[in-house]
Design a protein around this ligand. Structure first.
Ligand code: PLP
Length: 351
């Protein structure tokens, strides 16, 4: 990226500097495509995962006359909210139920597919609880019914082996693989009709306009190509250690089919935000899945869809591991947790 920032040249220009920039973009496109089993021509660069999700969902739905959209109940808001926007345009949006691990009920999906379904949206892996969806099975089912599948693979990219061929539309983000914030891609099968969201110079296949960020695209490709660190063993040590240190903690999400960098727990009686702040003070950064609406913490829609009661859903925390996480980091979390849980319980008055 530093190398590219030293250069000038718009990849859409025909002069030498422009052609040099174009070469960097196309080589990055090829590199990303090869790593995920896509055709380079299918990759549409975007400003990130959110734009890729919006383009996949709204772009495909608006391109035809089918009126129904099936969306899993545990999607990221970058998927749920474009679907809701389409509901305001007259589309019928139906939420697909999940089991208590957060896995989509494939039989339910099969029962609801018909010739009026414009789009199905199921993520590859969940950003809160880490559950990996049966994507291959779902993609096959959608193909059999001639319905495009949009798959948000933002969390799965770089964590799981991705093979995107056979899926109509796949959203990716650079910053989740250690690349820059503000660049992503939609991997969009060329045979799937789509209506652009951003109009202008038509730089990306006439589907997405805007001058490309050459350094960002190069950084995305370089980050994806960098050797991966498998955090599965560390994650398992973290899960085992947390459950031993806080015996009534409950692991959320699929215990087996889960992201190798994700551990997510309910700590009964602990307000999640209080526990987050106590751990933060101990130098440990964790996250609650809950959003705040008008200052009132809302329980995570993911946990509610999985059947968790609202109080428990507000007592949840996600621990994420990265390429530089160590066994010492895991030990530090386990050492700090019992005291933090005790104090959070007192702060929450047992709720
Ligand atoms: N989808 C999922 C599952 C995510 O976790 C995120 C970001 O956290 C996004 C989409 C949005 O991606 P971006 O931050 O690149 O817009």
């Amino acid at each position: 990226m530093r190398e590219q920032w030293q250069q000038v040249g718009n990849p859409s220009s025909l002069h030498t500097a422009g052609r040099r920039a174009r070469k960097v973009v196309e080589e990055s496109r090829e590199q990303i495509a090869e790593l995920i089993g896509a055709k380079p021509a299918d990759i549409v660069f975007t400003s990130g995962g959110t734009e890729a999700d919006n383009l996949g969902i709204k772009g495909i739905a608006r391109s035809g006359d089918r009126r129904r959209i099936l969306v899993s109940a545990v999607e990221h808001h970058a998927v749920l909210d474009p679907a809701e926007a389409l509901a305001h345009e007259g589309f019928e949006v139906e939420l697909l139920p999940v089991d208590h691990f957060g896995r989509v009920d494939v039989a339910q999906l099969a029962a609801r597919l018909d010739a009026d379904v414009a789009l199905v949206a199921v993520m590859w892996a969940n950003n809160e609880v880490g559950t990996v969806q049966p994507v291959t099975e779902i993609a096959q089912l959608c193909r059999q019914h001639g319905v495009p599948l949009h798959c948000d693979a933002v969390q799965a990219l770089g964590q799981l082996p991705l093979e995107v061929s056979g899926i109509a539309s796949v959203a990716l983000s650079g910053h989740k693989v250690g690349g820059p914030v503000g660049v992503g891609a939609l991997v969009l099968d060329r045979d799937v009709p789509v209506r652009p969201l951003v109009h202008g110079g038509g730089q990306e296949r006439d589907i997405r306009s805007g001058t490309l960020d050459v350094a960002g695209v190069a950084g995305f490709a370089a980050a994806l190509a960098a050797p991966k660190v498998d955090t599965t063993a560390l994650r398992d040590a973290l899960i085992a250690g947390v459950l031993e240190a806080v015996p009534d903690a409950v692991l959320n999400g699929d215990p087996v089919d889960r992201l190798p960098n994700n551990a997510h727990f309910c700590f009964p009686g602990c307000p999640g935000d209080a526990l987050l702040m106590l751990l933060d003070a101990a130098g440990i950064a964790v996250s609650t899945g809950s959003a705040c609406t008008a200052g009132i913490p809302q329980p995570s829609h993911v946990l509610v869809a999985m059947g968790a009661d609202e109080v428990l859903a507000r007592s949840s925390l996600r621990f994420s591991l990265g390429w530089n996480s160590t066994a010492e980091d895991v030990a530090a979390v386990i050492a700090a947790l019992p005291h933090a849980v005790q104090r959070a319980r007192r702060a929450g008055g047992g709720r």
